[in-house]
Design a protein around this ligand. Structure first.
Ligand SMILES: Cc1cc2nc3c(=O)[nH]c(=O)nc-3n(C[C@H](O)[C@H](O)[C@H](O)COP(=O)(O)OP(=O)(O)OC[C@H]3O[C@@H](n4cnc5c(N)ncnc54)[C@H](O)[C@@H]3O)c2cc1C
Length: 518
């Protein structure tokens, strides 16, 4: 169903069991869970699906090696369980990824190695591969560009990797296939109340500025770092719930890490870890953790963050990347939850990672957590809704074993598709039969993919296509910018006369500049 058909449905059906505000990982996970239990569900996303934090991650499906060091084993176990669920339910979008952690000091191999063996043990049958100790030669064989000076060996372990934005689109499509109505470019601009209790949402179609009302007793605020804006509409009161923290990534060519193994750099000067990760033919370097108060959709990196990543990478890589090597730079905001006494209303900290708050009005707010655990978060949200009688308890959750759209039934099908198409899973065959399948705009990116993005993936602009259906903006912003006019032309054919191609191309050009380190 395309966006117009979804909008028509929103207009036809004023009453819903559940309304979700926000189409990132959290909101889409809730919409799919509720739809799969046969509730009527609408989801409104102010921008494009995953335009917020959910397209700007390190692309790891992980239990969180970092939480091991903090001794938070329950959290690690939850992450590892969800890692296995995601890899099983969306094998075209999430795969196992081996990591090498090089050791430079005498104690590092034993210290980190023991932790990583425990990580493997905690994964149990969901483990992706055995943690192992590496000699110096083995370390350099797997990570040829690891800095050889004083290298003593290393540890190899396994985690998962995914395409975040494409997973979000996959969730939206799967939710809609199960009867939900998840629509992008529809912003919640006000909340409706009857006798102090939430009764619905006022929504604005941001393409036409047309407003309409949607009704439900169960309204879920899943707007990431923006949850406090929606809580303000509710007059929920209380202190701010989220303390945003910025993380940036730099993307450089594969020659800086010519390996299928990611590199975990453990001892950065800020006491965190830094990753160098192979992703779609490039290398991602990241990330940072910087408090940030303003909530821009496209925040800019701080100069110190760029210098930090380049400096730390130079310590661990034999070929040090410089500013001129950066193909793309992107910035995301983590929705970190403040201590929960201060939220106002009844609060339940489900885990240290994510939090669900039910306001006096009945507005449900969920935030925190990580992409990897979106499915478990959704189950927790639904459970809270049942306990507070916002919806009647019906069927049990089924998403642990629910394959997402495009998931190949027999593993291996998606992987064998040509580069670019492998991310589409079983949809690869549809794309291969569409007009423009043979017309490559860039390696692995065809005209047919642009048409598919409009017809099946709700794309509405050049940015939607080049940033989140294809990931070119995140991989090489200059190349993405060079394709904008051609993508605009194809979009015009698909979206019709109302589509302002010139404006969409110009807006993308300006955005792509921000993703380049000039
Ligand atoms: C730098 C960085 C690296 C990370 N790396 C990883 C990783 O490797 N692995 C991992 O598991 N997790 C990772 N995370 C965490 C993960 O990205 C987040 O936990 C997750 O994406 C949050 O999703 P969300 O849906 O809550 O927020 P968002 O993705 O921001 O979604 C909220 C949505 O709400 C919409 N919205 C806002 N206001 C309104 C309104 N009024 N009406 C309608 N819609 C509205 C926004 O447009 C937005 O799309 C990382 C985070 C960062 C910042």
């Amino acid at each position: 169903m395309n966006r117009n058909a979804l909008l028509a449905r929103l207009a036809r059906q004023p009453d819903w069991d559940v309304i979700v505000i926000g189409g990132g990982a959290t909101g889409l996970g809730v919409a799919l869970d509720a739809a799969a239990r046969r509730y009527s569900v609408a989801l409104v996303e102010a921008n494009d699906f995953a335009k917020g934090t959910s397209s700007r991650t390190t692309k790891l499906v992980h239990g969180g090696v970092r939480y091991l060091a903090q001794g938070n084993l329950a959290l690690v176990r939850e992450g590892l369980r969800e890692r296995a669920n995601l890899l099983r339910n969306a094998p075209h979008l999430a795969q196992p990824l081996p990591f090498v952690m090089p050791a430079y000091r005498w104690w590092e191999k034993a210290y980190y190695g023991t932790g990583l063996v425990l990580y493997d043990v905690l994964a149990g049958r969901s483990g992706l591969g055995k943690t192992g100790f590496l000699t110096r030669d083995q370390t350099l064989q797997l990570s040829p560009t690891a800095n050889p000076a004083n290298l003593r060996g290393g540890v190899k372990y396994w985690d998962g990797q995914f395409d975040d934005a494409r997973l979000a689109i996959g969730l939206a499509r799967t939710a809609n296939e199960h009867g939900a109505c998840a629509v992008n470019y529809c912003k919640a601009v006000d909340l409706l109340r009857i006798a102090g209790q939430i009764s619905g949402v006022v929504v604005e179609d941001t393409e036409t500025s047309k407003r309409f009302e949607m009704h439900s007793r169960c309204v879920i605020n899943a707007t990431g770092v923006w949850v406090d804006h929606v809580r303000d509409m509710d007059g929920s009161g209380g202190a701010q719930m989220v303390a945003p923290s910025q993380g940036i990534h730099l993307v450089v060519d594969r020659s800086f890490l010519p390996s299928d193994h990611a590199l975990l750099m453990p001892g950065t000067s800020d006491g965190r870890v830094l990753f160098a990760i192979p992703w779609l033919g490039k290398t991602l370097l990241g990330t940072t953790d910087t408090p940030r108060q303003d909530l821009e959709y496209e925040p800019r990196a701080f100069e110190e963050e760029i210098e930090f990543i380049l400096r730390e990478s130079a310590r661990y890589l034999s070929k040090a990347p410089g500013r001129a090597d950066v193909r793309s730079i992107w910035v995301g905001l983590r929705p970190l939850v403040r201590p929960f006494e201060s939220h106002g209303g009844k609060t339940k900290a489900i885990s240290r990672e994510h939090t669900v708050v039910i306001a006096k009005s009945g507005l449900v707010t969920v935030t925190g957590g990580k992409w990897t655990t979106y499915r478990a978060m959704a189950e927790d949200v639904l459970e809270e809704c049942f306990e507070h009688k916002l919806v009647k308890r019906r069927a049990a959750g089924v998403t642990a074993h629910l394959a997402l759209i495009g998931a190949p039934e027999a593993s291996g099908i998606a992987i064998s598709a040509p580069p670019g198409l492998h991310l589409y899973g079983t949809d690869a065959a549809t794309i291969a039969g569409m007009p423009g399948a043979d017309h490559e705009l860039a390696p692995g990116f065809t005209e047919a993919m642009v048409r598919f993005a409009v017809r099946h993936e709700f794309a509405r602009s050049v940015e939607d296509v080049l940033a989140r259906r294809s990931r070119l903006l995140f991989l090489d912003a200059a190349v993405a910018a060079s394709l904008a006019a051609e993508v605009g032309r194809i979009l015009k054919q698909e979206l019709g006369e109302d589509f302002d191609a010139q404006r969409s191309v110009a807006e993308f050009g300006a955005l792509a500049k921000q993703y380049q380190l000039l």
